[in-house]
Structure formats: C-alpha cells, structure tokens
Design a protein around this ligand. Structure first.
Ligand code: ZN
Ligand code: ZN
Length: 213
C-alpha cells in the first residue's frame, strides 16, 4: 500500500492516508485537521487521487489525533475504529480541548468499532495489522503493513524518542516493554511513521533511541 502524510495543527500532528493504488480504497489515520484549510488539504488529496475512504482509525484518542474525527466521519460517513482502552479519552475530548486552550467546536466522540491486538484491517487488497502498544495511553495501537514494510506508531515510538507517559493512563515501564515486545520484533528495515516528527526505521531506533537502549 501507499502512504501519504499531512502535518496539521499547532501540535504538528502527522495525519496519514493509507491507500491501495489499484482499488483506490483508503483509510484516514489520526485525523488532526484543525481548521477548514487543513480539512480542505486532506479532501483535495482524496479527490485528486480518486480515493474511497472506508474507515477512520485513531492510534489513540488524545486531542491532537482526534480533533478531526467528527468532521471526517460526517464527511465520509464511515466507521471510526480505535482501541477500547482509549474510550475514556474520547468521552473527555471536549475536556482535553479545553485543557489545551482550544475553544473550537470539539465534541466528545465514541468508537464505532473496537480494535484489539491481532485484528487485521483491510484496505483494498492491503492489510494493516493492529499491534497494542500501551503506555503513552492505555489503548495506543500501531498499524503494521507487513507486505510493504511500514508501521504507523502514533505517539508510542518517535525518531529518537518515545511518547510522554505523564498523561492519564500513561506508564513508562509499560511503554518501553510494549515497544520492545510489539515493535522491536518487526524486521529492522520496517519504516516507522510516527504521530509527530520524521519517519525512521525499527533498526535505527533499536540502535540509537536513548530511551530504549
Ligand atoms: Zn498522544
Ligand atoms: Zn500526539
């Protein structure tokens, strides 16, 4: 499958569109559109590539990754998928927005379809496998395309860093264990697309990430 990246909002959140270039099916991952310009940027891409959105997926339900969920759901009329253990963050989305001083139109959201470790999400002829990587939040997941060798890691693993663990439900030890068990067992060549910042690889993070040595 192919992947396109958008960087949105004052949080510098990476929103990804993963698509099958043949069938034109796609999923939107971590929709972080903050205003109408950003909504338009995403829509223009989807229109230009003639893509059909089949699902919206969140790696976890922090406000920066979930602020555009409601809009995308209305626009494309497709289910929203995420891990059950982050449901409590969706029902506090409005509160999260207020904590970050965002005044806009943010409503709480609920999950339409729960994802669990081992689930496989079809995108056209491609597949994304769900890996549970709790610790940044309890329901954080990564999405792995084995065939094309990439993984979307949300705020669990970044280039040279890992997610903060001081937010509700966070735990450093849990996060480090989950990365080692769930992500560092993938092939070294796997490209990592994180929730913030540049892409990296599993091999590079194994060798250089100061939090995981
Ligand atoms: Zn987060
Ligand atoms: Zn984030």
């Amino acid at each position: 499958m192919k992947i396109a990246k958008f960087e949105f909002s004052l949080f510098g959140i990476n929103t990804y569109v993963v698509y099958d270039p043949v069938t034109r099916d796609c999923v939107i991952i971590d929709p972080g559109m903050f205003d109408s310009d950003e909504e338009e940027a995403l829509e223009n891409f989807i229109d230009r590539y003639d893509l059909k959105v089949t699902n919206i997926i969140d790696t976890h339900l922090h406000i920066d990754h979930a602020i555009g969920v409601e809009y995308a759901k209305k626009k494309y009329n497709v289910p929203f998928l995420a891990h059950k253990d982050d449901e409590f963050l969706g029902t506090r989305l409005r509160q999260q927005a207020m904590q970050f001083g965002l005044n806009n139109k943010v409503d709480d959201i609920s999950i339409d379809t729960y994802l669990e470790a081992g689930d496989v999400i079809k995108v056209g002829t491609g597949e994304l496998k769900v890996i549970h990587v709790p610790g940044h939040s309890p329901g954080s997941i990564a999405l792995y395309d084995e065939k094309d060798g990439f993984v979307i890691t949300g705020d669990a693993l970044f280039s040279n860093s890992i997610g903060r663990t001081d937010l509700p439900g966070g735990d450093m030890r849990t996060l480090v264990e989950a990365i080692k068990k769930g992500l560092f067992t993938l092939p070294d060549s796997t490209v990592v697309y994180p929730g913030h910042g540049p892409a990296t690889t599993i091999g590079r993070e194994k060798n250089t990430n100061p939090y995981l040595m």
